[in-house]
Design a protein around this ligand. Structure first.
Ligand code: ADP
Ligand code: MG
Length: 701
């Protein structure tokens, strides 16, 4: 049976070389088994027939019985033609339109014969038309399977234009089930099937394509979704186990002078329990023989920096170098200043390398790196340049990982024979379920506690029409000696307009908060790094009252005296970005505020975002809402969207199933890591096949 499923798709009756080529190119269907695993994305009721006079705009797809009474070719534009047919039933008439494939379609259309058309209707004035309908002669139609849940398969324009309609896919699917007699082998072990009351593989596949009832369809879906997620988890967990066993790391077995001296004598504050726990996790991990690959999640302000610093000290204590890579120059600078302060009393050589580091300075850095006298290097992407060669890099810390692609992460690896331990820090909390599937091969540490004494930030939503009141509030805060951020959106596509908004805003704020009483800083992406730094410095030294900025300041900036964050056009920001921005305040002892300014016109998603921000300060809760609103692809940035290429599961919708699948996978691998037990033979076969495809392995770490 397995062999039959590996038959190239063109051998299926009704496919042939041409269609075979299309199926491969457009849908990635190479073999019988790819077609079986090509699932509908929805189902429609084909037992319902519409009359032409019942049509309304925006009903999804409809089917209508009638006949074509006239066909003509209509020219429009230059050299453009379309084929238009008049279709009638006993209640009226409409047009069927084709923009492509004229010859072929014209030949296949039959005049004055009863047929069923199927497709999407749009109206022009009073008349309706249907573009590229599926047409079936009544005589054929009566023979074909019809049900209240007819599958609709994903398609592409090319496929539609080349005549591979949904109906064709349907027929091929029937043919496939005929040829293979649906003898699909069970992949999951019996105990799992019993435990979860899953329907057999065969029944699931049959019903996903030809559902007998809504009830079985639901069971079929559950079974297939579980299976898909289960196999992904098996792969991710196995990969993690292999990494732990096979990829040797530098064992940091010593806790030495630097760490102990700092811990005992120079801690600037008491660590929170969460920080202690996480440091311990990291220590244990780096102390083993395996390479650490760890994601450190902690909300903004939760104190990740000191955790990173102490981890670096462990590297130094064991005779290794460490580096910290940040996404922006500002942030790299801030880390440099912060870590230099922490290291003040220790005898450590720390330097910074960014795009704007002068050549002379670079030379020193390169030299010291190679002879090992440089202990900690902080920087931006510049760290990835070929010239940057560490003598013995033991730990790479990557801050705000969502800004770095996976490729870049692995670039650091390539520099050393034995890879350094990697600690990825992120303040964009990823819901655990999602983290598990995207970073299933990373271990995760979470700082789930803020340092004591922080007052929760108060967040309010105000409309532009309330601006006078908001401005009055700002004057009061400034009078109390506090500082203020005012942030404008900056979205790549409309950068010019955004820039204008920012400048207009800056001007009007300058008018409302005039010199000499008030002074204002401005910070945006078009400034030279040196100017940015100078401006940031003025603000952080308290020389200016207001910082007008774009999202440049989103990441990491730390000015404890700033107590108000105004976000302009807040409706244009995503939730996680809003939360990041808000995290710039609330870093000192004073009560802080975040004011979300929007226009009155808000979409329902925007409303939800504002409400969520007002209701909670909890980054994880916010991430959950974000995930629901945007879907996981978006949440991770386009870079990672679609990485999993899921056939049927949806990480947002099926997160509970994901958790379930993960637990079962963990349990299974704990008991039978190599899947060697006889009851896991089928499972292993599928697993091996999947692993060969490799796609899962490429995007992670
Ligand atoms: P983030 O996790 O956002 O990177 P930081 O490491 O920048 O947070 O820490 C935020 C602020 O909290 C810094 O000013 C830091 O000095 C302070 N901080 C960190 N840990 C503690 C602690 N345990 N007690 C008091 N303050 C702390
Ligand atoms: Mg930080």
């Amino acid at each position: 049976m397995q062999n039959l499923l590996l038959t190239p798709i063109e051998y299926l009756k009704g496919v042939g070389p041409n269609r075979g080529e299309l199926l491969r190119k457009e849908l990635g269907i190479y073999k019988y088994q790819d077609l079986v695993n090509f699932f509908p994305n929805r189902y429609i009721d084909r037992t319902r027939y519409y009359k032409i006079n019942e049509l309304q705009n925006n009903i999804a797809e409809v089917q209508i019985i009638g006949k074509i009474i006239n066909i003509k070719t209509v020219e429009f534009g230059r050299n453009q033609k379309r084929l238009v047919a008049t279709f009638v039933d006993d209640t009226g008439q409409m047009e069927l339109v084709w923009f492509q494939g004229h010859k072929w379609i014209r030949e296949s259309l039959k005049l004055n014969e009863m047929c069923v058309i199927f497709g999407k209707c749009t109206s022009f004035g009073n008349a309706f038309n249907m573009a590229h309908p599926e047409i079936e002669l009544m005589s054929e139609h009566e023979q074909s399977l019809r049900s209240a849940m007819q599958p609709v398969y994903p398609s592409t324009e090319t496929l539609t234009n080349r005549g591979i309609s949904n109906r064709v896919i349907n027929k091929l699917m029937q043919q496939l089930f005929l040829e293979t007699q649906a003898l699909f082998t069970e992949t999951l072990p019996d105990y799992l099937i019993n435990d979860l009351k899953l329907i057999p593989k065969k029944a699931a596949l049959f019903n996903i394509h030809f559902p007998k009832s809504a009830e079985v369809l639901a069971k079929a879906k559950f079974r297939l979704i579980f299976e898909e997620l289960f196999f992904i988890q098996l792969q991710l967990i196995t990969k993690n186990l292999i990494r732990k066993h096979k990829i040797k790391g530098h064992p940091f077995d010593k806790v030495g002078e630097h760490f102990n001296d700092f811990y005992l004598n120079h801690l600037p504050f008491q660590l929170t329990n969460a920080q202690k726990r996480v440091i311990k996790e990291i220590r244990t991990d780096m102390g083993s023989n395996a390479q650490m690959n760890r994601l450190l999640q902690g909300d903004v302000g939760s104190g990740k920096t000191i955790v990173a610093f102490m981890s670096m000290l462990l590297a130094l204590d064991n005779g290794f170098q460490a580096c910290l890579m940040a996404p922006t120059e500002i942030l790299a600078n801030q880390h440099f200043i912060g870590l230099s302060e922490l290291a003040e009393t220790l005898n450590i050589n720390i330097r910074i390398l960014t795009g704007s580091t002068k050549i002379a300075q670079r030379r020193i850095i390169h030299e010291e790196l190679e002879n090992g006298t440089l202990h900690i290097l902080i920087g931006t992407h510049a760290l990835l340049e070929d010239k940057v060669k560490f003598k013995n890099l033991g730990l790479a810390v990557i801050d705000e990982q969502h800004r770095f692609g996976v490729e870049q992460r692995s670039k650091l690896w390539k520099k050393n024979l034995i890879p350094p331990h990697v600690l990825v820090m992120t303040a964009t909390p990823i819901p655990r379920t999602l983290a598990m599937s995207l970073y299933g091969d990373l271990d995760i540490s979470v700082i789930d506690e803020l340092p004591p004494g922080r007052k929760p930030i108060q967040t309010v939503h105000r409309f532009d029409s309330n601006r006078l009141k908001v401005w009055k509030f700002l004057r009061d805060e400034i009078a109390l000696g506090r500082q203020i951020y005012i942030v404008y959106p900056l979205i790549q596509e409309s950068e010019k307009m955004d820039f204008k908004d920012l400048m207009d805003g800056y001007e009007s704020i300058s008018r409302d908060f005039p010199l000499p009483q008030y002074s204002i800083s401005i910070l945006h992406g078009k400034m030279k790094p040196a100017d940015k730094d100078a401006e940031m410095k003025r603000f952080s030294e308290g020389k200016t009252n207001i910082m007008v900025a774009t999202t440049v300041i989103e990441v990491g900036v730390n000015v404890p005296n700033a107590s108000v964050m105004i976000i302009e056009s807040a409706e244009r920001f995503g939730l996680s970005q809003l939360h990041q921005l808000r995290g710039r305040v609330g870093r000192g002892a004073e009560q802080s505020y975040c004011i979300l300014m929007t226009s009155h016109k808000l979409s329902s998603d925007s409303k939800t975002r504002m409400e969520t921000m007002v209701q909670t300060n909890d980054g994880f809760e916010i991430a959950e809402v974000d995930l629901k609103l945007r879907g996981p692809g978006d949440l991770m940035g386009t870079q990672q969207s679609g990485v999993l290429n899921l056939q049927i599961a949806d990480l947002v919708r099926d997160r509970d199933t994901l958790g379930l699948a993960r637990n079962y996978a963990l349990k299974l691998l704990k008991e039978d890591a190599g899947m060697q037990k006889p009851e896991h033979a089928a499972l292993r076969a599928v697993f091996v096949e999947m692993t060969k495809k490799k796609n899962i392995w490429n995007y992670i770490s």
